[in-house]
Design a protein around this ligand. Sequence first.
Ligand code: MN
Length: 202
Amino acid sequence: MAHTLPALGYAVNALEPHIDALTMTIHHDKHHNAYVTNLNAAIDKAPELANWTLGDLCRNIAQVPESVRTAVRNNGGGHWNHSLFWELMAPNAGGAPSGDIGAAITKTFGDFGKFRDAFKAAATSRFGSGWAWLVAGRDGALTIESTPNQDNPLMDGKHAVLGLDVWEHAYYLKYQNRRPDYVDAWWNVVNWGEVAKRYAAR
Ligand code: MN
């Protein structure tokens, strides 16, 4: 069963003005699609992986045959990360989180503003390409992490509840070298309802 590119749950211009339509189009239709295509090409060379889910591939990356491990890590990671990323954004979203996830953020970081500052620091200090993450432990404890390239917390056996793509392809058309401005704008489209669901499912 080949891996497939998921459709966006909203129009490409739905996140304007924070994330522009051309960036969304190229990011989803070209970049994400390339990860899917290249993942399927890698699995064609290692058919024993054909029945592994995308989550299996990330969680068990060390068990993937060495001949295709880097390709699966980069492209399976890219497919998993982007599939999550689209769901973590929505039009008419943003604001502050409420419920259990809001309470956990306040408990861990002091308040929502301090959480955003710490997350932004992780996102802007990641050298080169990668991701910033909010990770939840089984006990509900929250930590901020970042990963290089298309690595993700699942590869370390962890549960991501929020993730931000800080590859230049995610922001360069609109924000050029101003990654901090992209991070600031992104808070306006964070889909806290989806984050809350992921937090509950830890
Ligand atoms: Mn990306």
